[in-house]
Design a binder for this molecule. Structure first.
Ligand code: AMP
Ligand code: MG
Length: 421
């Protein structure tokens, strides 16, 4: 008789031959999603965070005319003294938005404000602080000036004909300002992906009902709603579906008709009430269903008709970790957003962390400054995948790669900052 029983791989094991690496999962997600093609034209204010489906070429120079970068006096560079002092007569004033229409001749200057067009006959602005004003009519300028100083050239920001936006760029606040400065009021952007989601589980009760023994409130639908609301997607909340294959099948088929992407939570593991994967295999296609990651190993990725399917685990922390890593990547791919990997920062760990090599771990951490102003990180306490409060207190993930075999206090670890805006 042997002293141990034969077991299959589980989420308690550090290694499962069927699971794939985080990098491979991301690559497979990218490879299986085609970008949305339909676009819509919107006022530029509504385009923030959206993906441009057109390139924009500047129809004008910005600035349109050479103008002053300072309040001061516009002069001809040729009249500046090589040494000694020159006296000039003030013949008028140029304001931003109010042109000085005269011509500046030898021994003359024009009082000028920031943003005002450089008057004819001048090419240089002397700051008013560097000028001696003799009376209302006359100023004195010393040496140490350079012809052309304090003048912004026409087109120095953007030139006529220059490309200012590529197709596929994600619109940021500076882009809105640039489009406005070009007099462009609308932009063609990729339409928002429609994302439908539901929770599964017989134990789930809505938040307005008291709990009977064994029941829990459906919290995942609220964290999912929160995370989806931070993205540029249209959200379709489809409620809770019982752990019954027929109900799950009907829910998934309905969602597939309405949405570009379907997200579910729960029912993706190997329990007797876990029906997501068998139903997906029947009505759609599974690309992968296990990732070498903790928390969040069972994550089912596939498709139903033209819709992408992402079956997240049921444990609340696993939902948030897999959403941050994989759902955001899938939505970005769907919307055609440029890939930008969030940078990991290296900081010192305040404590030991036990880990076996095999899968990547995403611990919840709090990053702060130590007394020498250096960054440090500590865990938020209990790290079980059901401890949602660990996520609420955290401001970063502590990322331990698959090969890591434990951390000692004082070691440098990678952290992934949450969006702190
Ligand atoms: P499952 O993946 O369905 O086996 O669920 C794993 C764990 O997550 C169980 O303890 C569930 O009760 C819990 N869970 C599943 N769905 C939810 C939900 N919508 N809100 C909160 N906890 C959930
Ligand atoms: Mg369940």
């Amino acid at each position: 008789m042997t002293s141990s029983i034969k077991t299959t791989a589980s989420c308690a094991d550090p290694w499962d031959v069927d699971s794939i690496s985080v990098t491979r999962a991301l690559t497979q997600i990218e490879g299986n999603i085609s970008q949305l093609q339909e676009s819509e034209t919107l006022p530029i204010r509504d385009c923030l965070g959206r993906i441009s489906s057109e390139a924009v070429i500047s129809p004008i120079n910005v600035p349109g005319h050479a103008n002053s970068a300072m309040d001061g006096f516009a002069v001809a560079g040729a009249s500046l003294p090589a040494d000694g002092i020159v006296e000039l007569n003030e013949i008028g004033t140029a304001y931003a938005g109010k042109i000085f229409n005269g011509v500046c001749r030898e021994n003359e200057c024009v009082r000028i404000m920031t943003g005002a067009v450089i008057p004819e006959g001048t090419d240089t602005v002397i700051m008013q602080e560097q000028v001696e004003q003799l009376d209302n009519q006359t100023i004195r300028i010393g040496a140490d000036h350079r012809a052309g100083e304090n003048v912004r050239a026409a087109g120095e920001d953007i030139k006529l004909g220059e490309p200012v936006l590529q197709r596929g760029s994600k619109i940021n606040p500076a882009d809105l300002g640039i489009l406005a400065s070009l007099g462009i009021g609308t932009l063609k952007v990729i339409r928002k992906p429609i994302v439908a989601f539901f929770s599964t589980g017989d134990e789930l009760v809505s938040i307005d009902k008291p709990l009977e023994k064994g029941e829990i409130h459906d919290s995942n639908r609220y964290t999912l709603h929160g995370m989806l609301s931070q993205l540029k997607v249209d959200i379709l909340d489809m409620g809770v579906i019982r752990d019954e294959p027929e109900a799950i099948r009907a829910g998934l088929l309905d969602a597939a008709k309405k949405a570009d992407m379907i997200i579910t939570t729960g029912g993706v593991s190997v329990g007797e009430a876990d029906y997501i994967k068998p139903v997906l295999d029947e009505i759609g296609q599974t690309e992968f269903w296990k990732i070498a990651i903790k928390p969040g190993r069972p994550l089912t990725f596939g498709s139903i008709g033209d819709s992408i399917f992402m079956g997240l685990p049921g444990n609340p922390v696993a939902v948030m970790v897999t959403f941050s890593l994989f759902v955001t990547h899938a939505i970005r791919t769907l919307a055609g957003a440029p890939f930008s990997e969030a940078p990991l920062l290296k900081v010192r760990s305040l404590q030991d962390m036990r880990k076996k090599p095999g899968r990547s771990e995403y611990l919840r951490g709090i990053v702060s400054r130590d007394k020498d102003n250096e960054w440090q990180v500590e865990k938020t306490g209990m790290q079980g995948s059901g401890i949602l409060s660990s996520m609420s207190r955290a401001n970063c993930f502590i990322v331990l790669p698959a090969e890591n075999d434990g951390v000692k206090k004082g070691d440098v670890v990678d952290i992934l900052l949450f969006d702190l805006a």
